[in-house]
Ligand binder design. Structure first.
Ligand SMILES: [Zn+2]
Ligand SMILES: [Zn+2]
Length: 168
């Protein structure tokens, strides 16, 4: 279930940014914000376009692109760059992460089927991960995102069966 607090936080962040930058609070921006907060766990521009279309709203792809970029800039969304995937978005840690993990998390990508999994360890934080790292002088780390590449359980076991049948 989607936490309404995440929605309220996101809306407050958007409003503050729009007022500060003298930008309009357009219907499209609000629709895209709603759809982005509800979509879990990760989504592409095309996934979001589908969500909007399904709800009966027609918003052009360029508008969705630029609005998602805006949300990343404001800190509402986080953009994931994963090898072999089109850019994916998810709620930023400022909104409490997604409803399953409830905290900042990291990603594991199966290089065979492309499925994306999430880490669940709450202690895997910015503080713990940067404690042993020497950052360039003056650099203030605000977020950390790790991507592990490998094989998921299903793909790994398929590989083993295949190897077994060749031997037998
Ligand atoms: Zn897999
Ligand atoms: Zn995630």
């Amino acid at each position: 279930m989607i936490d309404n607090r995440a929605k309220r936080t996101a809306l407050a962040m958007l409003d503050q940014f729009l007022v500060h930058n003298n930008m309009r609070r357009t219907q499209e921006r609000l629709l895209i914000l709603d759809a982005a907060i509800e979509r879990e766990p990760h989504f592409s521009v095309f996934d979001l376009a589908d969500s909007l279309k399904y709800a009966g709203h027609h918003v052009s792809l360029p508008t969705i692109y630029s609005t998602l970029d805006l949300f990343v800039k404001i800190g509402i969304l986080r953009r994931l760059s994963i090898d072999g995937h089109r850019p994916l978005f998810e709620k930023a840690p400022a909104l409490g992460g997604n409803s399953r993990t409830q905290h900042g998390h990291h990603h594991l990508v199966c290089t065979k089927c492309g499925n994306i999994f999430e880490t669940r360890e709450p202690e895997f934080t910015l503080e713990s991960l940067t404690s042993g790292v020497t950052l360039p002088r003056g650099f203030k780390a605000a977020d950390v995102s790790l991507v592990f590449y490998g094989l998921c359980r299903r793909c790994a076991s398929r590989g083993q069966r295949k190897a077994g049948s060749i031997q037998g």
